[in-house]
Write a protein that binds this ligand. Structure first.
Ligand code: PRP
Length: 206
């Protein structure tokens, strides 16, 4: 039995679609259900549905053998998991954004983000000293109401920035979803995991 941690939310649908393309039989109510643990005995698999940021934690602790996690989450914290595949789904990027024409406050520039580590190292590399303000979501709100000069966040379609009158200043990194594995699971269940990797590799978009 393989346990796979799936990210709830925007990556979920694309991840399910990829699994179905790889010929995994998933129950039709997979996406609509509120259940957090879904058994698929036909495939000898069990799925757990977690917040994207928590997927890596479940895999790291070995309660899930595998997981689907964004590169952003992997970059934010160094974790004891292996990255097996770039699934090339949920393409987006991490960027620095803010209000147009507004320069960074020179004395105490503030940067709001869900990714404090990525943001700190990015600005350190740029030689800029900033104060990081950690938020959990709706990051675009921060510059609008004067909480921060800049944000570091995910840009996908760019709609959230646009509709809030914000602009992108710099791209930090491209992001796609990755298949990750617990190192012990990979040793113990290598055959089943290799099969899954093969099936997924065959259907990864180019
Ligand atoms: C993400 C991200 C941006 C938005 C970007 O937020 O943090 O806010 O999507 O997408 P877009 O470029 O297509 O508009 P998400 O909706 O995942 O929720 P959050 O605000 O809770 O982080």
């Amino acid at each position: 039995m393989l346990t796979v941690a799936m990210p709830k939310g925007r990556i979920f649908e694309e991840a399910v679609e990829l699994l179905r393309k790889a010929d995994y039989t998933l129950p039709p109510e997979f996406a609509e259900s509120r259940k957090l643990v879904i058994e698929v005995p036909e495939e000898n698999m069990r799925f757990i549905l977690a917040k994207p940021m928590d997927v890596v934690t479940y895999v790291e602790h070995g309660v899930a053998d595998l997981g689907i996690a964004g590169k952003d989450v992997m970059m934010e914290e160094e974790r004891d998991v292996y990255e097996l595949l770039d699934l090339k789904i949920s393409k987006c990027h991490l960027a620095v954004a803010g209000l147009p024409g507004v320069r960074m406050n020179q004395i105490a520039p503030r940067v709001a983000t869900k990714y404090p580590n990525i943001a700190s190292s990015y600005f350190r590399e740029q030689g800029e000293q900033v104060e990081i303000i950690r938020l959990n979501g709706s990051i675009e709100l921060a510059p609008l109401i004067g909480l921060a000069d800049r944000i570091v966040d995910i840009v996908s379609t760019g709609r959230t920035l646009k509709e809030n009158g914000l602009v992108e200043f710099e791209k930090i990194a491209d992001v796609t979803s990755r298949l990750i594995v617990n190192p012990v699971s990979y040793r113990m269940k290598d055959e089943a995991i290799d099969r899954l990797v093969e099936r997924l590799s065959a259907v990864i978009p180019q």
